[in-house]
Design a protein around this ligand. Structure first.
Ligand code: DAT
Ligand code: MG
Length: 168
């Protein structure tokens, strides 16, 4: 099996319900390596970009409310990059089916997910589903210096032109 990287996002319900430890334990069964991890707030621009292929779906407005934390009063998510042989398939298996009611009860979504009365699948984690998707998503959620492995080609830009915050 080929070594590959995959993006996992523990969604706002996962943080709100203090499920982070449980989810990381489940994912560690894969024996994959974590090569990046961030806690961040998801704004609407990031949500729209991440889910851009679903913009025509009837559940799309609820989905962006979910990932930006408006359903849970909790706008933090935890984003992780897992790396290793067959990472995409291994993580998708541990995650379980998209619909938490159809997911294996032993899977993360089966154990911790639910369907809202609006019909939205509140399924606790995101996991990339293909190589193209994982590359697009990892580049969206992480910069090259936030991952401890050289995954994709990089370029250098002139730091003098970059305004950013540093510790004082
Ligand atoms: P996955 O997250 O398993 O890759 P997806 O990319 O098709 O599934 O959809 C993204 C998210 O949108 C999914 O995690 C939950 C929500 N969703 C997908 N299909 C849905 C549906 N039919 N009804 C309600 N929510 C849905
Ligand atoms: Mg998907």
């Amino acid at each position: 099996m080929k070594e590959e990287a995959t993006l996992v996002i523990i969604k706002p319900d996962g943080l709100k319900k203090s499920l982070t430890g449980n989810i990381l334990s489940r994912l560690s069964e894969s024996k994959l390596k974590i090569i990046g991890a961030r806690i961040l707030k998801v704004d609407i621009a990031l949500a729209n970009e991440h889910y851009r292929h679903l913009q025509k779906e009837p559940f799309y407005p609820e989905l962006t409310k979910y990932i930006t934390g408006q359903l849970h009063g909790e706008n933090r998510v935890m984003a992780l990059v897992y790396f290793g042989e067959g990472a995409i398939t291994k993580v998708r298996e541990l995650a379980g089916a998209t619909n938490p009611e159809e997911a294996d009860p032993v899977s993360i979504r089966g154990a911790f997910g639910r369907i809202l009365t609006t019909g939205l699948f509140e399924n606790v984690i995101h996991a990339s589903s293909s190589n193209e998707e994982s590359e697009r998503e990892i580049k969206l959620w992480f910069g090259p210096d936030e991952i401890v492995q050289e995954l994709y080609p990089v370029k250098e830009i002139n730091p003098e032109s970059l305004k950013r915050r540093v510790w004082k």
